[in-house]
Design a protein around this ligand. Structure first.
Ligand code: HXC
Length: 510
């Protein structure tokens, strides 16, 4: 018996070494942690329960029958993050470059199935060379099995991908179908085809970093939702994100004790809006002053900065925030901002996270670049996402709410439950100057006349009161009381019920 126990320990120790000490050293030399070290950091101390440690591939081609390593390039199991169950798989680059074989894929699908069955989040840590080249179609089939499960689980449990090394070929599409992708700066890259293939096909010369590094995917392509300097920071931030997320689409948002008084006034908000309507101010200041303890987890911080998306808490419960940012392009809605916010709104709605919208938007961005790029369709994504949302929607207009953008940003008309405006709000079809130029096109008049007409338009429309007179705004509120008003609104809306006609699914403009 003792022998058997010792032999088990030996086999375990062997499996834990993955591709061996030399490859572990090489991994460390590149500034990367091993799969198991990463899991240790992601999960609560000693909470990891590993599965399938002894699984090996079954291929025999190209001498593979003599090259078997227990675990087969992926470490899988479950554990807890601040006490809440999370399933995890981590590609082990020290074993066949973390490449995916049929057996490796089966380990991942087993964990995906369990996560779905237990209605708990799943996190994938990626650092791999794509399909196991020696296996051919068996590996491709394995990818298909993983992809299908990503889609079935989408909208049921949160799925998070962290890219911590190479991620190419078949490996990119599983993360692409998850809810959030995070990358590690300078050490990770994602692309469908690498620099060599690119050179052959398009004759472009690019490095891996230029083609698919963290900077590219967080600022240009919007494939990734955030980037961090190293493995440790990335994993700690994923823990922080998980704390904000519901375990699934039925449980509702997590609630943590909050020591921040929901009635806390903030007098500084009364002077946040500058006297000059064309002067920017930082909308993040408002978010940070409204959320519990100033704790805000921003999603896609480096992309389409004219709109801010992220999670905060009010009275200890998670809230999704969408806010125009006047500091960037005057907070205008363009294609990128619309897509970014639409995806965020849909995530919140799928997981029953209430949405608070802070609005200061001069309209949609004009121009051929935007129109040729499909602004109509991309803008419609955000309009569609808000309109289909059934979660509580609370909107606060701080300044401009012009044109179509007024309707889109969770207005009363498309489903806003509580719509507040600050006294500084200007709710109109467009700015006064543009309006006067159009209304009086044939008779624009001299400077004095233009000024008088502009003032007349401003006095009539550049306020929240025309909208308030019609009940489109429920109340004009004091800026300093914004946190209290939002907390009260969310408390009232907590058990909101909305009936919609049955449908298989909608047809959001993609
Ligand atoms: C088998 C692989 C492998 C793979 C790497 N290795 N990728 N083994 N299948 N796909 C092995 C290497 O042989 C090596 O083994 C070890 O992993 C480390 O790889 P290195 O090349 O030494 O490391 P590095 O220089 O860091 O380069 C990493 C890499 C490179 C950029 C990922 O290995 C690479 O380009 N690999 C091939 C990528 C690829 O073309 N994959 C197929 C994509 S097609 P030893 O024993 O020496 O340590 C695909 C189709 C699926 O995925 C589509 C589904 C939709």
């Amino acid at each position: 018996m003792k022998d058997m126990l010792e032999r088990l320990e030996e086999r375990r120790a062997q499996a834990r070494l993955g591709g061996g000490e030399k490859r572990i050293e090489a991994q460390h030399a590149r500034g990367k942690l091993t799969a198991r070290e990463r899991i240790e950091l992601l999960l609560d101390k000693s909470s990891f329960e590993e599965f399938d440690m002894f699984v090996e591939h079954r291929s025999t081609d190209f001498g593979m029958d003599k090259a078997k390593i227990p675990g087969d390039g992926v470490v899988t199991g479950w554990g807890t993050v601040n006490g809440r169950t999370v399933f995890v798989f981590a590609k082990d680059f020290t074993v066949f470059g973390g490449s995916l074989s049929e057996a490796h894929a089966q380990k991942i699908t087993k964990i995906q199935d369990m996560a779905l069955k237990m209605r708990a989040p799943i996190v994938g840590l990626f650092d791999a060379g794509g399909a196991r080249i020696q296996e051919g179609v068996a590996a491709l089939g394995g990818y298909g099995e993983v992809f299908k499960r990503n889609v079935i689980a989408s909208g049921v449990i949160p799925q998070i991908s962290v890219i911590m090394g190479p991620c190419a070929g078949g490996d990119v599409y599983s993360p692409a179908m998850t809810d959030f992708i995070f990358m590690v700066r300078d050490r990770s890259y994602m692309f469908v085809t690498g620099p060599d293939v690119v050179k052959t096909v398009t004759n472009e010369t690019v490095t891996s970093e230029e083609l698919g590094g963290a900077k590219v995917h967080t600022t240009k392509s919007s494939v990734a939702d955030g980037a961090y300097d190293n493995d440790v920071e990335a994993l700690l931030q994923v823990r922080r994100l998980i704390d904000f997320l519901p375990a699934n689409n039925m449980d509702g948002v997590p609630e943590i004790p909050s020591f921040d008084d929901p009635n806390r006034p903030d007098e500084s908000l009364d002077t946040l809006i500058p006297d000059n309507p064309n002067k920017p101010y930082d909308m993040k200041e408002l978010i940070l002053k409204v959320v519990d303890e100033g704790d805000f987890f921003e999603i896609q911080e480096a992309y389409a900065k004219n709109i801010i998306t992220g999670f905060g808490r009010i009275e200890g419960r998670t809230v999704g925030f969408v806010a125009n940012q006047p500091m960037v392009l005057a907070g205008v809605l363009d294609s990128d901002a619309s897509r970014k916010a639409a995806r965020f709104v849909r995530f919140c709605d799928a997981f029953n996270i209430p949405i608070v919208t802070f609005e200061d938007v001069p309209g949609f961005l004009p121009g051929t670049a935007q129109e040729y790029g499909g602004l109509i369709k991309h803008g419609a994504k955000l309009l569609f996402a808000y309109s289909e949302a059934t979660v509580p929607l609370v909107t606060v207009i701080t300044r401009k709410a012009f044109g179509g953008a007024y309707d889109v940003m969770a207005s009363k008309h498309i489903g806003g439950d509580i719509n507040y405006a600050w006294p500084t709000a200007q709710i109109a079809v467009m700015g006064a100057k543009g309006a006067v130029e159009i209304i009086f096109r044939g008779d624009i008049g001299d400077a004095d006349k233009i000024a008088a007409r502009t003032k007349e338009y401003e006095d009539r429309f550049m306020s929240p009161f025309v909208a308030a007179e019609r009940g489109y705004i429920d109340e004009v509120i004091m800026p300093h009381s914004t946190r209290r008003r939002i907390a009260r609104a969310l408390a009232m809306l907590r058990h909101k019920e909305t009936e919609r006609p049955w449908k298989k699914h909608d047809n959001i403009p993609l």
